[in-house]
Design a protein around this ligand. Structure first.
Ligand SMILES: Nc1nc2c(ncn2[C@@H]2O[C@H](COP(=O)(O)OP(=O)(O)OP(=O)(O)O)[C@@H](O)[C@H]2O)c(=O)[nH]1
Ligand SMILES: [Mg+2]
Length: 356
């Protein structure tokens, strides 16, 4: 930070007014592993002309970046001794977060917050450290089950990568709304060309006693929506889209056009998919106006830190968790407490100093 302020003064003059100075994560919002950089917003002093920037901007930026990287390296190396002084429960917490593949910066943040907040006595208590970490993680993720109990008509669209669990999630969501929330649900499938896709939708909807319709085009979708007059929840399943194939998402956007503007588009993602691939998917599908995420296949991975990291870094709303293929079971509204438990495991026995 002192270097960044010095640079700002070099460029804008000694009397420049510093408006903000903060540590930010550099890079596009969807990229989890953004490097922290120092951002200083400076205004020239009244009446003073900014000193001319001598180098071309790109060269100057490259030099600044190199300096920031070097400074960060120093900060990281300075951090190690601090970590060496951590009490055992904090070291154990850090190891657990690493094993669960929580983003390294977020894992360090959680441990640093515990170190700053808990008393030296509580820091020696595994249960207190565990409880703090759970509470801290809970406060950082947004969760909400988007399907409401009220009769207000709703349209929920499920999108995502191949095999993410969209069709299964569509059937589970509709069945859950019908059986648990007492809503009249119906399914509409736009996946008319995947091998076995039509039979899968038909089997699942008939099994659950849910009305269903197929739509081969935007016109047919408009017709299907109009004809489901008695349903107050329409769950729309979509064909898989590949974010790396040009135009696929735009095609889907066109197909979805007849749906009401207040539709809720949820990105279905497998917890077993690499976080970096999920980020690419999230960026591509955000063109459809994502309202939240559904995480599936929770049962098929032992590391759930990617869900937490993605939700934190992209500020995504977590809506539902699926932990098995059986419709309508293994489906629940997303909960921060459940996610923290998956990541942290059971609380160790402690001295009763728990903090919440
Ligand atoms: N273990 C487990 N299997 C799941 C879960 N959700 C779905 N599956 C299974 O995963 C496979 C793919 O699920 P689908 O619902 O067909 O996925 P999809 O996204 O509709 O697939 P495409 O339409 O082909 O892109 C199926 O065999 C499902 O039974 C889950 O939460 N856990
Ligand atoms: Mg499908």
């Amino acid at each position: 930070m002192p270097d960044a302020l010095a640079q700002a003064r070099d460029q804008m003059g000694p009397d420049a007014l510093v408006l903000t100075a903060r540590k930010v994560f550099d890079g596009p919002a969807w990229q989890v592993w953004r490097d922290p950089v120092f951002e200083v917003l400076v205004m020239p002093a009244a009446g003073a002309a900014a000193q001319p920037v001598e180098q071309p901007l790109a060269a100057k930026l490259a030099q600044d970046l190199a300096e920031v990287r070097a400074a960060l390296g120093q900060v990281a190396s300075q951090f190690e001794p601090a970590k060496a002084q951590w009490p055992d429960p904090l070291v154990a917490l850090h190891k657990q977060l690493q094993a669960q593949e929580v983003d390294p910066d977020l894992a360090l943040d959680i441990c640093a917050a515990a170190k700053e907040t808990l008393s030296p006595r509580a820091l020696l208590d595994g249960a207190a450290v565990h409880a703090f970490a759970a509470r801290h993680m809970l406060a950082q993720v947004r969760t909400a089950a988007v399907v409401e109990r009220s009769r207000r008509p709703q349209v929920v669209v499920l999108v995502g990568l191949t095999g993410a669990g969209k069709t299964t999630a569509a059937a589970k969501l509709a069945a859950h709304a019908q059986l648990v929330l007492g809503r009249k649900a119906a399914m509409i499938s736009l996946d008319t060309f995947g091998i076995g896709a039509i039979a899968q939708t038909r089997t699942l909807s008939e099994l659950m006693g849910l009305p269903h319709a197929l739509a081969y085009s935007a016109d047919e979708l408009a017709h299907a929506v109009r004809s489901q007059t008695s349903a107050d929840l329409l769950v729309v399943d979509t064909p898989a889209r590949n974010p790396h194939a040009a135009g696929q998402i735009a095609e889907l956007a066109e197909l979805l056009e007849p749906l009401p503007a207040e539709r809720i588009v949820l990105l279905v993602a497998s917890a077993a998919t690499k976080t970096s691939d999920q980020l690419v998917a999230m960026q591509a599908f955000s063109a459809l106006g994502l309202g939240g995420m559904v995480f599936t296949h929770l049962d098929e991975t032992a590391a759930h830190g990617g869900i937490f990291s993605l939700a934190c870094r992209t500020d995504s709303l977590l809506t539902y968790f699926s932990s098995g293929p059986n419709v309508p079971l293994q489906w629940e509204p997303a909960s921060g407490t459940h996610l923290a438990k998956l990541i942290l495991g059971d609380a160790p026995a402690g001295s009763g100093l728990g903090v919440g």
